[in-house]
Design a binder for this molecule. Structure first.
Ligand SMILES: [Cu+2]
Length: 491
């Protein structure tokens, strides 16, 4: 029998973190002349544009059709190019997009069935497409230095020998990954497996990916890119729309929440405080479902959540809210998406008490200590173990097949910067945070983990299958572009 309980992930630390986070932002953006004036413009835009919130329906990104398929492989073609989207109703924004759309097309993959994607770059800048969460060869990883020049193409091979999970692909070209992601280069990559399908979770039209993120938008719709510009990214988007509505039937849905923001964490819940059932995170389903009333979603992270709308009546409207408290933000940042119950539908889906095997942990043979930060405001650099990223430097050498514990310490106590640690190639298990085992929602396989200032988080991973050079970095991705990235080489 599974014990379900309520929790707020890291809730106690949140308020202090936010205050300090803002102190950092004031430091980091202190040189921005006209800062106050621009904020005023954004607030005017916000009040004008929120005269009609929840009038536009949240789109569900379309599933990409293979160009060709064989008995073993699906082949896709994606063109990265500029596009125009109405992220806010009535205002056109120039964006970068996979196939020109702000939320890229979704790739649906099957465990053990290969996917091959040819990416063609029609932007005027380098790109590199990383499959976040993909267990792939180094040549296919979308390494920051392995870029596709303007006009060029590269073909990526994804074996999908991994668990059913919500993955995503996004840009990773060094020094411009943060800007490229900010302007729209992100899409879903969903892996299913026979084990997962046998569970009878909500599927088809009732399995909906939702990409949450923020942008800084001028009154005319221009997306204003400024590095580490946390405080001015005030327009929140769900699947590329500001404050949309989403019609639902009075039955269970599986929502795959991804935070594709560069820096912004969310604290998500329903306005009526009712239950969300966590079923998956990052790289796998959870061992058991976990009922909560809210959860935090940090940049790069995914949580699969079942919401049962059968407790509502047709005509009810339920707000998805963001409780992460940031000063000077109003309803436009707190009310993210409204679910409108528009009808009833039969529901034979189920959330069983056991979802997946708990992560297996062979004995670790090595422990490494990794230090994130501290941030150095005068230079504007972010460091890991005292160094900014250098593509010619190998920071850690790991024998193929080794199982290791990585102890990640966040040294950014002075400015109170949280970081979200992400490793390429591997999936890891969070062992503990300052010695305390993780909550239920962190009990599955992960590839990101939030490390608050002064915290030490221990994770365990096995470096299997692929030799070569891979990066690890903060997934508050502006930090990565500012240097908070390093490399391990599997030999
Ligand atoms: Cu960071």
């Amino acid at each position: 029998m599974v014990t379900r309980r309520q929790f707020v992930l890291g809730g106690a630390a949140t308020a202090a973190t936010v205050v300090l986070y803002n102190a950092h932002t004031a430091q980091a953006t202190g040189s921005m002349a006209g800062h106050a004036g621009h904020t005023g413009g954004l607030l005017r835009a916000g009040s004008r544009l929120t005269t009609a919130p929840f009038t536009v329906q949240m789109p569900v990104p379309g599933v990409l059709r293979p160009t060709t398929s064989t008995s073993t492989t699906d082949y896709y073609d994606i063109t990265v190019k500029p596009g125009v989207e109405e992220l806010v109703p009535g205002v056109s924004s120039g964006i970068f997009g996979y196939n020109g759309t702000f939320t890229g097309p979704t790739i649906r993959a099957w465990q053990g069935r290969q996917v091959v994607v040819r990416q063609t770059n029609r932007l005027d800048r380098p790109i590199s497409t990383h499959l976040h969460g993909g267990h792939v060869a180094a040549a296919d990883d979308g390494h920051p230095m392995d870029v596709i020049a303007p006009g060029g193409s590269k073909t990526y091979h994804y074996p999908n020998d991994q668990f059913a999970a919500t993955l995503w692909y996004h840009d990773h070209a060094h020094h411009v990954e943060a800007e490229n992601l900010f302007k729209g280069l992100a899409g879903f990559y969903l892996i299913s497996s026979p084990d997962e399908q046998a569970l009878n979770l909500p599927r088809g039209a009732y399995d909906v990916p939702i990409m949450l993120r923020d942008v800084r938008m001028a009154d005319d719709g221009t997306l204003n890119w400024v590095m580490d510009d946390f405080a001015n990214r005030l327009t929140i988007l769900a699947n590329g729309r500001n404050q949309p509505r989403f019609p639902v039937q009075a039955r269970k849905y599986r929502f795959r929440f991804l935070n594709a923001s560069n820096l912004r964490p969310f604290g998500l819940g329903l306005a009526d405080g009712s239950t969300l059932t966590m079923i998956g995170a990052d790289q796998s389903l959870l061992p058991a479902p976990d009922d909560v009333t809210s959860f935090e979603l940090w940049p790069g992270e995914r949580y699969d959540v079942v919401i049962d709308f059968s407790r509502y009546r047709v005509g009810d409207q339920i707000m998805l809210t963001n409780s992460m408290p940031f000063p000077n933000e109003g309803d436009a940042q707190k009310q993210i998406l409204r679910f409108d119950v528009v009808g009833t539908a039969s529901d034979s889906s189920d959330v069983p008490d056991e979802l997946a095997d708990a992560p297996s942990l062979p004995a670790a043979t090595n422990t490494r200590r990794i230090q994130l930060g501290p941030f150095d405001p005068p230079s504007g650099t972010m460091v890991i173990d005292g160094k900014t990223y250098d593509g010619d430097r190998i920071d850690q050498t790991v024998p193929l097949g080794a199982t290791e514990i990585w102890e990640i310490y966040n040294a950014d106590t002075q400015y109170g910067l949280p970081h979200n640690f992400h490793m390429h190639l591997v999936h890891f298990k969070v062992l503990d945070r300052n010695g305390t085992p993780p909550p239920a929602a962190e009990q599955g396989w992960r590839d990101t983990v939030t490390v608050h200032p002064g915290e030490t988080v221990r994770v365990q991973a096995t470096f299997a299958d692929h030799r070569g050079t891979f990066v690890y970095h903060c997934h508050l991705i502006d930090h990565a572009s500012m240097g908070m990235m390093a490399q391990f080489q599997v030999v």
